[in-house]
Design a protein around this ligand. Structure first.
Ligand SMILES: Cc1cc2nc3c(=O)[nH]c(=O)nc-3n(C[C@H](O)[C@H](O)[C@H](O)COP(=O)(O)OP(=O)(O)OC[C@H]3O[C@@H](n4cnc5c(N)ncnc54)[C@H](O)[C@@H]3O)c2cc1C
Length: 381
């Protein structure tokens, strides 16, 4: 089976792809965003096949931070991809509101990274130097100025870095909106059905046992992508998150604190995350995970100690060997996976790149930087 998108003349390509049958493996934020972007470009006969329930894996477990600036020290290809996606968010959120009536609660209120001891302050001071040398948008704040911005932070704070262009989104509302878009626009969603590729043949296991031969396949199976394409070597990195209730008005922006981050939600919930554990597909919340995150949250914002802990969960970040996303063609299918810690942030740009390539034949340097081939090299095959 060949996607045949690189060799066909662009005008002919449009008619081929818009009537083609598109099958997306995986209904997380990446697969759902790609389905919408394909549909908006005129594609029809789009099917999302999801092993469980759409949007309920990493995309549900995430904290929804959009933090391209806090997470980098240099302007490289990955930073440019993250920044481009961050810039797409206002339009993405506004369109989803208009299309589905769902507000994904985009807040571009910045991120604050804080230090509470001399070693932490030295680390942040060095980071500030490197970031300003790279022209990253960052402000250095004294402890006093941090407390002016966020009075609930511990008075032990001695230094802060403020990233005014970072923000956050309610990722569960985001996937809910993307599912609503799909349902409203005739994108078929088949849940509780697992795709397998056996001897090169596309198979669906589950209640819908139909045998298909889709013309365009997009692999967006997150941390499970290597079950379909072993050469990708994508593996799960578990993250645990705690949710506290009743924190309305306590914080107005994302805080990277003393060993945890805190993300405020519009309804007063505060998320605290996250662990980073290489433990395979063991979806557990552990006593030490909860304790370490809760202690770190209270050290950062003492008022957390009086809030009710509502919930705790874990999820699997899709991690490629070099930690970068994997976007591009491979063995006759399109791959969009390995988004690791930044899949919520990267969903809009990934969807645009993939849909533009498939529908319009538009090339991008990104397909070189984030090519699945570099994964093949990484594992030496
Ligand atoms: C604790 C935690 C916190 C995070 N915080 C952030 C954050 O603040 N900001 C940010 O940008 N990112 C964050 N991330 C990362 C982000 O959640 C992921 O990068 C992103 O959700 C990946 O999306 P995805 O669609 O590739 O994967 P998923 O959401 O996991 O979706 C993949 C889907 O594919 C399905 N699937 C798998 N195999 C098959 C198959 N064979 N057939 C059919 N379906 C299949 C799965 O059931 C799943 O629903 C966080 C992740 C975690 C775990």
């Amino acid at each position: 089976m060949s996607v045949a998108i690189t060799t066909v003349w662009a005008g002919y390509l449009i008619s081929f792809t818009t009537v083609a049958e598109f099958t997306i493996i995986g209904g997380g934020v990446i697969g759902l965003s790609i389905a919408r972007a394909l549909h908006k470009r005129g594609a029809r006969r789009i099917t999302i096949i999801e092993r469980g329930t759409c949007g309920r894996e990493a995309s549900w477990a995430a904290a929804g931070m959009l933090a391209p600036n806090a997470e980098t020290e240099a302007i490289d290809d990955f930073y440019r991809l993250c920044s481009a996606s961050n810039a797409l968010y206002p339009q993405f959120a506004a369109e989803l509101l208009e299309e589905t009536g769902i507000d994904i609660e985009l807040r571009q209120t910045g991120t604050l990274e804080l230090a509470f001891d001399p070693a932490g302050a030295e680390h942040l001071a060095g980071k500030y130097e490197r970031q300003t040398a790279s022209n990253i948008d960052v402000e250095r704040l004294s402890g006093e100025n941090v407390l002016r911005l966020e009075p609930a932070v511990s008075e032990d704070v001695i230094l802060g870095l403020h990233y005014p262009k970072d923000g956050h989104v309610e990722n569960r509302k985001l996937v809910t909106a993307l599912i609503a878009y799909a349902r409203k626009n005739g994108i078929e969603i088949i849940e509780n059905s697992e795709v397998r590729i056996e001897n090169g043949q596309f198979r669906i296991a589950g209640p819908d046992l139909s045998s298909r031969d889709p013309e365009v396949i997009i692999l967006a199976a997150g941390a499970w992508s290597s079950f379909i394409k072993p050469a990708l070597s994508v593996k799960p990195i578990r993250g645990q998150v705690l949710e506290f209730d009743g924190g309305k008005g306590v914080l107005s922006r994302v805080i990277y604190g003393a060993g945890a981050y805190l993300v405020p939600r519009a309804d007063g919930r505060i998320l605290v995350g996250a662990t980073s554990e290489d433990v395979g597909f063991v979806k557990e919340v552990t006593e030490s995970g909860v304790r370490d995150l809760a202690d770190a949250a209270v050290r950062t914002v003492p008022a957390i100690a009086d809030l009710k802990m509502n919930d705790a969960w874990s999820g699997f970040r899709p991690f490629a060997p070099d930690g970068l996303p994997v976007i591009g063609e491979m063995d006759g299918m399109f791959v969009a996976t390995g988004h690791y810690r930044n899949g919520i942030l990267l969903a809009p740009v990934t969807a645009e790149l993939v849909a533009d390539k498939i529908i319009n034949g538009t090339d991008s340097e990104c397909f070189r930087y984030f090519s699945p081939d570099r994964q093949l090299f990484a594992v030496g095959s």
